[in-house]
Design a protein around this ligand. Structure first.
Ligand code: ADP
Ligand code: MG
Length: 729
């Protein structure tokens, strides 16, 4: 029988680029055609309702059922005219990805037929059978029910024949069971806190929006080869496999020519994304072979995050059409780069000012410095929490590895900003502040206006870097819902801005001039949060030591990183900003710990199966060929001659036998440890057992299997190798 691996390879190489037509499809004509956008709304909804709806969307006004009823009629009309027969509430549960339960529009008309309709109540609220979504114990203690409720700030869209309505997902008692609910709460918190601080500088500022521009990294694998790898199918990453001779050493993939098959996939993906109103803009090869990146133009953060979730599911669907599978795992292949999802984050006023852009005059610069320093304070105080927010079983492979953000959160500012902050730190308030007739202020840092912050001053090793007019949170994992990290950041910054305001207001109440009060507090903050600023090499050993001395969180075990959600400072901060209650925090931790254990449990089982069913039989077969060879050699040659001739064979035999024995022993031990862990009732402790006892065994088994892969006859090896998986033709 032919080796099935070679058959899969043949199929993979037969895959030709799937043609994608671009004729007559200018982006402008197709953009957002599948979205119930503002323009569509104005065509399908009466003016009076529209005014109320926009008030809800733009000004945080409460949403009434009457508005929902009127909007539902227009929304359904638009959707059915565009081929939709079903609708679904679309939400983002804590197990990752998105959830949907489709309902058709039909209702009995009591005349023997049906009518198609969408009622206000159906738009407004649903009760999906939520019992199988993770709640971290929230529903057990209160009520089993979960509700999805319409989020009018994110427009409905059509996929295939289904109208998708973005919703939040909450428990009967109101606790959040999803990512969107606390994200929205955090947006409200930062909006209010930031606008109030802006009012020190400009009374016209009423709202502050958060912008997010994510960069999605991913791998593509040919589906024929993917199907031959149980690890990729079941866990999204390779649990074994020796690195290929050539991988990313030559840096020849980064920004290289995109293979035709991949380019066609990207073209179709972009078209579909544009139809859904996702402004994707950038596409390129990433560092590792078969690794790519896609990024849109930044948007308001709630919408941007919905778009990321939507795009991920779109990518999976379109990849299959092109005979690919897309891997969102943070580390699908060992020995080459993993994937992240950089989150570019900034704050923008309703007057159009980017608060993270150095201003054009000193007064605007004081505002810029105010926000910059408050963000540093927030990240400094909550560095452990921010790390917890990106910690997962998958991302653990990137954190601390020599290619990705280290498992210590620090902020990179670059030389020029560092110099500016140093100058403020050492200036006296009297000397620094010169207020002229126009109420403009000089900080003794007059060179800031000339700073065109240098975009090339980039430190790729920093997990949280200032990049000219925004912060880039790079530690976020490629498979993550950005909201987890973004809501932690928003809340921490909101909380910090609230504290800042009460300090400054207190000083003003004591008769200190506003500018002087601002200056004094900022100067103190600069001194206070120095620990978080680090422009050096985040991968170096010295940094770990130094960070520990600075008091930054250096925990490397994911289950223990998660503890930070429950620290006093996190609890106080989330309560102060009304983003997450203590119960919600606890439930999120439970879900994270459970998720960690389940991921490792599945990986360890799959690894065990692959080793027993694929690797050992092949190794034993090859071993028996070698042994046959030794016996035959012995029977032909004279005794002494045969001894020397078979010495090398013998050493190979010995090595193979040793690896086989080690694998059998360790797979048994792994099973034993797994069973111990599975009996543990406490979720945190269970995750720790998986981390401490099972993960190291998986690594060791992998080491032995990879050694076997190198020596066993290639003709016998059944699992596609890295060199085959990683180079799309
Ligand atoms: P790279 O960091 O790889 O050079 P880009 O410069 O293309 O990437 O930008 C990455 C992302 O940052 C894009 O989504 C872009 O829209 C976004 N971005 C640019 N400016 C801002 C900003 N002020 N706030 C938030 N995101 C931004
Ligand atoms: Mg970037």
């Amino acid at each position: 029988m032919a080796n099935s691996r070679f058959q899969a390879l043949d199929r993979a190489w037969e895959h030709r680029p799937v043609e994608v037509s671009t004729a007559g499809k200018s982006v402008q004509t197709i953009f957002a055609e599948n979205v119930f956008s503002r323009q569509r709304m104005s065509e399908y909804i009466a003016d009076a309702t529209l005014v109320q709806l926009f008030d809800v969307i733009d000004n945080n006004k409460p949403l009434s059922r009457d508005i929902a009823g009127a909007v539902a009629i227009g929304m359904k009309k638009w959707a059915t005219e565009h081929g939709a027969t079903h609708y679904t509430h679309w939400f983002q549960p804590l197990n990752g990805g998105t959830a949907e339960k489709h309902e058709s529009f039909i209702e009995i008309d009591h005349k023997g037929g049906v009518i198609e309709q969408l009622s206000g109540n159906e738009l407004y609220q649903q009760e999906p059978d939520a019992s199988s979504f993770p709640s971290g114990g929230l529903r057990n203690t209160f009520e089993a029910r979960g509700y999805s409720a319409w989020d009018p700030t994110s427009p409905a869209f059509i996929i295939g024949d289904t109208l998708c309505i973005p919703t939040i997902f909450v428990a009967y008692t109101g606790e959040a069971l999803d990512y969107k609910t606390p994200l929205i709460r955090s947006i409200e918190a930062i909006d209010k806190a930031a606008a109030e601080v802006c009012n020190y500088f400009d009374k016209n500022v009423k709202r502050v929006h958060v912008n997010l521009g994510w960069e999605q990294e991913y791998f593509l694998v040919d589906e024929s080869l993917w199907a031959m790898r149980p690890d990729l199918v079941m866990t999204g990453r390779t649990l074994l496999g020796h690195t290929s001779a050539k991988n990313q050493q030559l840096d020849d993939h980064y920004f290289g020519t995109i293979p035709a098959r991949v380019l066609n996939f990207m073209t179709e993906l972009e078209q579909e994304a544009h139809r859904l109103g996702i402004p994707v803009k950038t596409r390129h090869n990433e560092v590792a072979p078969n690794q790519f990146e896609l990024a849109p133009i930044y948007e308001e953060i709630n919408l941007a995050n919905d778009h990321n979730q939507l795009l991920m599911s779109l990518m999976e669907r379109i990849a299959r059409k092109h005979h690919f599978r897309v891997l969102f795992h943070e580390k699908p292949f060992s020995g080459i780069n993993g994937s992240g999802k950089h989150c570019n984050w900034s704050l923008q006023t309703n007057t159009g000012v980017n608060l993270l852009s150095p201003g054009k005059n000193p007064y605007a610069n004081l505002q810029f410095v105010t926000f910059l320093v408050n963000i540093l304070m927030a990240v400094n105080e909550h560095n452990g929490l921010l790390k917890a927010s990106i910690a997962s079983a998958g991302n653990a492979h990137r954190l601390g590895a020599n290619e990705a953000p280290p498992s210590i959160i620090s902020v990179f500012l670059g030389t020029q900003l560092t110099a500016a902050l140093d100058e403020i730190e050492h200036a006296t308030a009297e000397k620094a502040i010169v207020i002229n007739a126009k109420k403009e202020m000089k900080l003794g840092v007059a060179h800031i206006p000339e700073i065109l912050l240098d975009n090339t001053d980039r430190n790729r090793t920093s997990p949280f870097a200032f990049t000219g007019n925004r912060f880039e949170f790079r530690a976020v994992g490629s498979s993550a819902n950005c909201a987890a990290a973004m809501l932690a950041l928003n809340s921490a910054v909101a909380n910090q801005l609230m504290n800042f305001k009460s300090e400054v207001d207190g000083m003003i109440a004591d008769g200190i001039a506003k500018e002087k009060a601002l200056f004094i507090v900022i100067q103190r903050y600069i001194k206070q949060c120095k620990a978080i600023r680090f422009d050096g090499n985040g991968y170096s050993e010295e940094w770990i030591e130094q960070a520990r001395e600075r008091g930054l969180d250096t925990e490397v075990s994911v289950p223990k990183m998660i503890d930070c959600y429950l620290s006093e400072s996190s609890k106080t901060m989330f309560a102060h900003t009304h983003v997450l209650t203590a119960d919600e925090l606890r439930s999120r931790c439970e879900v994270k710990w459970e998720n960690y254990s389940i991921k490792l449990q599945i990986e360890s089982r799959v690894l065990g199966d692959m080793v027993i069913n694929h690797v050992l039989p092949v190794a034993e077969r090859y071993l028996s060929i070698l042994l046959d060879n030794i016996i035959k050699t012995k029977s032909i040659f004279l005794a002494g001659e045969a001894e020397s001739l078979t010495e090398e064979d013998r050493s190979l035999v010995r090595r193979i036998k040793e690896h086989i024995s080690a694998i059998i022993r360790e797979v048994d031990e792994m099973k034993q440890k797994r069973s111990e862990a599975n009996h543990e009732q406490d979720m945190r402790q269970k995750a720790i057992l998986y981390h401490d006892n099972i993960f190291p065994l998986m690594e060791s088994i992998r080491h032995h299997v990879n050694a076997l892969e190198l020596v066993v006859d290639d003709e016998l090896w059944t699992l596609p190798k890295y060199r085959e998986l990683l180079f799309i033709r």
